[in-house]
Design a protein around this ligand. Sequence first.
Ligand code: DNO
Length: 415
Amino acid sequence: MKQTWRWFGPADLVSIDDMRQAGVEGVVSALHHRAPGEVWALAEIQQRQAEIAAFSDGSPSSLAWDVVESLPVSEAIKQQKGPWREHIEAYKTSLEALAEAGIAVVCYNFMPILDWTRTDLARRMPTGATAMAFDAIDFAAYDLFILARKGAADSFEPGIQDAATERFAGMDKAAKQQLARTVTFGLPGAAQTLSLDDVRDLLALYGDISANQLRAHFIDFLDAVIPTAERLGLRLCCHPDDPPFPLLGLPRVVSTEADYRTLLDAVDSTANGVTLCSGSLGVRADNDLPGMMQRLGDRVHFLHLRNVSTSGKELFCSFYEDEHLAGNTDMVALLAAVHAEEQRRRGQGRADWSIPLRPDHGQDILDDQGRKTQPGYPSIGRLKGLAELRGIWTALDHPKWGLQGRKSDLGAESA
Ligand code: DNO
């Protein structure tokens, strides 16, 4: 595995100097100032590469831009409306530029309107750390009473509706405003603060688009861009829906192993791959992360490792971002599956045998608190997560005590 770290560019409060001290080996970044549908110019990509390659004093950092997260797919492409064909051409042009710059792994997602969604960006944990959380009752209160979306009542079980009615009645004006701001945090343009009418207008764009329709648009997108990626030797990898169930009446088509299987089979190329995000997928009890790594592994090009703890057995449930080694996903089992996949790739002589991994999100701990980094991306919380994952990996990869060594030991015993 290659230990990587997400960097939001020069404005990121966590510097290249910081991540190098955290033991990072490679960088994940994007041209965040470019809107979806715009072309990424080679010169701009190279400028970002130069920023990553240097410490703040100008000396070499020994780090390179390994993974793009994200080269965003525009709403026009997802909806097949307006300039969607031009946007697909722009996407291919950006892929050409990335290939020329020597960057091979490109993450993206196909979530309509919403990217990730939470109801609390800083829930206090018993330890005093803070973590991002999604509360099903708060979310229902937002949808039913703050946004007052038409048809919202059909989205929730009566029990949840009753609880949301009570929750809403207890909220003061500030709490309602805060919840509305938090829910729309992952939306495009959210930096300018979207009004409720803006959100309603965005949702209306999907009025006539079912999940099957969205999936068909996705496959059209793959049909168009994967041949280019393949020719250029790039590996595209789709990030799952976060959370992995429909919200606000919007369709979602990348929530389960079966969803991925359909998309991978539709365009059967190594260039058409997966970003396995244990935090997003791990919210659903029916997603078996180590098993998904075993079964989809040859197409997994990027790993996001974090953990969630859920409450409630329903699909639409509450969760919070737990410590990296606590929560729903058995990280040792998942990393063992990653290790096995890397061994397989080495055996096949694949040049891409080392899979980039980043500690995805982290709780705010120690000096992270009050530092106002991008929510979910504190320096110390992520450093702790990465250090824990690295510890597991070091044990699994140990020549004598790790997976390989033990296998030969066991082999010797049974011989
Ligand atoms: C959240 C991230 C996502 C992810 C995109 C990938 O922190 O995991 O925003 O970057 O969905 O396209």
